[in-house]
Design a protein around this ligand. Sequence first.
Ligand code: SAH
Length: 238
Amino acid sequence: MTSFNFDVITLFPKAFESINNLGVITKALDKNIINLHLHDLRDFGEGSYRQVDDKPYGGGAGMVLKPEPIYKAHDSVNKFPNNKTLLMTPQGKVLKQNDLLRWTNLDQLIIICGQYEGFDERVRCLADEEISLGDYVLSGGEIPAMSIVNGLSRLLPGVLGDSESLKDESHNNHLLEYPQYTRPAIFKDMKVPDILVSGNHNEIKAWRKKQMFIRTLERRKDLVKEDQIQEFPNIKET
Ligand code: SAH
């Protein structure tokens, strides 16, 4: 089996050390299901100071990442046939589970992390897609990049112990997962629903499906598709 390759261009490669200690991702790295190549932007900086940023044209606060080091770093990446370059930016498309799913068909994601005030506008030409982690501003693209490495890796065959767990989980098929319980059956006067201890697998399946709709309508109605609502006409919004 060929590995999925992540190539991350970053000023803070050390930030990615923590990814090595994250359960299933450690396993994915150990089993060579994924490869993680870190490219230190500083190595592509200019002059004896290895300069990677400069003041913005037109004035204003902070520093902007220069285009040349990012282009050089991107050029230096060993490209696999089926690759995409992602630019981490709060101005991008907000990341969805579906994005992670469709990228699993690639051989490689090259991820560019910004820092400071962001990057020179001309860096955008390198990107196939511009991706945001959400509608808030972080200090750098490293946490968004780690989220992508983490979220995509667990979708690859052989990473999760039981791939069944991907089937009903939240954000698959536009629904949130049903409520989950484990032992004890009663905890602080809160009881596990009778149906789950009934042993009737068909009824449990039906209950769970209904719960997924109720949950999603209650919490994230924006996720539910019109035809899914028709499938469950008797579920009232609360
Ligand atoms: N001045 C920029 C924000 C810069 S934040 C603006 O207003 O658009 C510095 C860097 O952090 C960005 O270049 C980007 O790589 C990363 N970053 C910050 N928030 C992010 C988010 N929500 N999603 C993805 N990347 C983000």
